[in-house]
Design a protein around this ligand. Structure first.
Ligand code: SF4
Length: 680
């Protein structure tokens, strides 16, 4: 039931109550952010807020969000990129906030968590068993088969204990392949009314709870499905708050990426089984064989043109899948449950195959600079096994989609510790589809150009605010750039790099988080330093990442080396982490199909592809990695970038301007001295 604004306490009063209840002190950045979020909700103007670690940003958006939900009687959606933040909100911040605000607002605000259907155990699939799955090569491996069997057995046991059926609550987790045996996609689901388990269905219960809640916490993937793909999965809402917004574009791109493999087509053949005439299924089987042959023959990587044999096999696949869908026909009320289930499972996979084939065939229609999708062929390495090749198609950008379907539909607040790059919101605003401030060229008086161009009134209105950080970066941290080192090469880490790293780790007495641009480099550095030093050195991949991070946090002398997930996922306050080392500026790999295609598209439109794509990507990741150093007010330490290009290259200034304002030095002895003093 909505409550009128004059009965509700003011935002400041609610924030003070909330902060006192969680035992915190009022922080200027937090107050500024809460007021900005409140104002955005009131005016409908979208907002981007950069809020450094320690600002208390979750309360700064949750309090105005709760106030709006109570006042309007409408649900507010909060979206996160990581499970860690989702857990923090649902298990810690929201329960405390709900209790704290109960008296002031007259009732305890309610909240719920909602994920995609695939994230919940499907009781019907558990009962009936999984249909034929695409074989991605893993089932040729006897170890994979027995591991799958063990995981599925565990899932059966867990199904009788779990109250939510939420995959993220299963610890330790199971492989994707095992999880697919007990879950369904939205298209495969029979629907609550038809399903014999509809009333107990975990996904349906979660949805119903979300529909009643003031606040719904979800992830960027579900937000993207809801906003972009036209399935209404989230409760009706007029405000979305996107935390970890620096991840939004990547997550939305993943949702909008499709894949086609020979295994998918042969699984569809088996799913069709005897439901339709043999000669129709035979055409699909031939398509599967054609795909296998051609994918094995074609070179891997990005495709700038559609090879003729691929065009042929995709056309055959598209037509064969369409013929099977037509032959299967629509759901019929006379069909028994078993037939309906089998039909749905076949159609879901056939539609995916058909739509992907059509999308790839159409991807090459326009000129290079105008294309919307990029296509590439690649084989993934999973658990030491090389999977058969997959054809993938992804959008070159998601700006248009976000602008129309997200910003055009509801008031959106985007927040993260890293949203400004090179000191401005422009780079990310462009990726989100928000208008970047135009700086018009000087016009000559009395000429035809002395006319104000028509305003783009449809452009979403937004503002950006950086509420800073409670940390004094200049006093607490040093940015050391090893300018004397040779620029990193393609042949792995050089001896000079190891000497530099050894000197730093020694001075720090361990306590080092090593962020590497590849697993190969992380392993190479771990092996070399184990030879040279006595400090325990952990390397990602040797155990679960969360266990390695716990060991690293517990023992001050321990070092942890790793790659991508450590750049963003390590939160270790205190003296166990006093040195963050970065081996090289994290540009995308030159053979990264999506990044290279995006770069080329910008260049085709006359822009600077390297700065717009590669340098922006590197700046974002670098800022995230560097942000691992200071996690609490008392933290002190050093960030060492062992890539001299940060000091010498033209783009170095842009990258440095994306980092917190640490005191900067190029002097090796100064930084070693500082680390030794910290360590004594
Ligand atoms: S309603 Fe859908 S998801 Fe739920 S148990 Fe039935 S088939 Fe599974």
């Amino acid at each position: 039931m909505p409550r009128t604004a004059d009965i509700l306490p003011s935002l400041r009063e609610l924030l003070t109550t909330a902060v006192e209840a969680v035992g915190g002190a009022e922080r200027p950045g937090q107050v500024t952010m809460a007021e900005a979020v409140h104002n955005s909700i009131k005016t409908g103007e979208h907002l981007a807020v950069q809020a450094g670690t320690g600002t208390g940003k979750s309360l700064a958006y949750l309090v105005p969000a709760v106030r709006h939900a109570i006042e309007s009687g409408r649900t507010v959606v909060v979206s996160t990129a990581t499970i860690a933040l989702q857990r923090q909100l649902v298990d810690r911040d929201l329960p405390r906030l709900a209790k704290a605000l109960k008296q002031s607002i007259g009732r305890e605000p309610t909240f719920a968590i909602l994920k995609g259907r695939r994230n919940y155990l499907c009781l019907h699939r558990l009962d009936t068993g999984a249909p034929e799955e695409p074989d991605d090569g893993g089932l040729f491996d006897p170890f994979a088969v027995s591991a799958l069997g063990r995981h599925v057995k565990r899932l059966f046991e867990w199904s009788s204990e779990t109250e939510t059926g939420d995959r993220d609550e299963l610890v330790p987790g199971v492989t994707d392949q095992a999880w697919r045996q007990v879950s369904v996609s939205a298209k495969e689901c029979l629907g609550k009314d038809k399903c014999p388990f509809g009333t107990d269905c975990f996904a349906e219960l979660a949805r119903a709870e979300a529909g009643r809640a003031d606040l719904v916490v979800t992830n960027h993937a579900l937000l993207a499905i809801d906003a972009l793909q036209g399935y209404q999965v989230l409760p009706e809402h007029d405000v979305v708050i996107i935390d970890e917004a620096h991840e939004l574009v990547d997550r939305v791109t993943s949702v909008a990426t499709a894949e086609l493999t020979a295994g998918m087509v042969s699984a569809a053949v088996k799913r069709c089984g005897r439901q339709i005439a043999e000669d129709i299924v035979d055409r699909l089987e031939e398509a599967s064989e054609g795909i296998k042959e051609i994918f094995d023959d074609l070179p891997q990587g990005r495709m700038d043109d559609l090879p003729r044999p691929l065009h042929g096999v995709l056309s055959v696949t598209r037509d064969a899948a369409h013929a099977c869908i037509t032959a299967l026909g629509p759901d019929r009320s006379s069909q028994d449950l078993e037939s309906t289930t089998a039909r749905r499972q076949a159609v879901a996979l056939l539609e995916e195959i058909h739509d992907t084939a059509v999308r790839v065939l159409e991807a090459f229609d326009a000129d290079t600079g105008q294309r919307r999708d990029v296509v590439w062929l690649s084989s993934d390495m999973v658990g030491g096994n090389l999977r058969p090749p997959a054809l993938r198609v992804a959008p070159l950008g998601v700006a248009g989609l976000l602008r129309e379907r997200l910003f055009g539909e509801c008031t959106t607040v985007l927040t993260s510790a890293t949203l400004t790059l090179g000191g401005s919101f422009d780079a990310l605003a462009r990726q989100w589809g928000l208008p970047v401030e135009q700086r018009p060229a000087q016009k000559a008086e009395g000429t035809a150009t002395d006319i104000t161009p028509p305003a783009d009134n449809d452009a979403p209105h937004w503002s950006g605010i950086d509420v800073g950080s409670p940390f004094t970066h200049e006093k607490s941290g040093i940015l050391y750039v090893a300018r004397h080192l040779p620029p990193p090469g393609r042949d792995g880490l050089q001896p000079a790099f190891f000497d530099e790293l050894e000197g730093l780790v020694n001075a720090a007495g361990g306590r080092t988080l090593g962020l590497f641009s590849s697993m190969r480099a992380a392993r190479q550095a771990a092996d070399e330093l184990r030879e040279r030093l006595d400090f325990p050195i952990l390397c990602q991949g040797e155990d679960s990442t969360s266990l390695l991070v716990s060991k690293f946090a517990e023992d001050e002398a321990t070092c942890l080396f790793g790659t991508l997930s450590l750049w963003q996922g390590v939160d270790v306050p205190g003296s166990s982490l006093q040195l963050v080392v970065v081996d090289r500026i994290p540009f995308p790999r030159p053979d990264d199909p999506l990044a290279s295609a995006r770069q080329r598209a910008v260049e085709a439109r006359g822009g600077n592809g390297f700065l717009t794509v590669a340098a922006t990507h590197a700046a974002l990741l670098l800022a995230q990695g560097v942000g691992r150093l200071l996690r609490s007010n008392d933290d002190k330490g050093v960030v060492a970038i062992l890539d001299s290009r940060l000091a010498t290259a033209r783009y170095g200034g842009f990258l440095r301007a994306s980092l917190p304002p640490f005191w900067t030095t190029y002097d090796q002895s100064v930084v070693r001295g500082a680390l030794t003093r910290l360590n004594s």
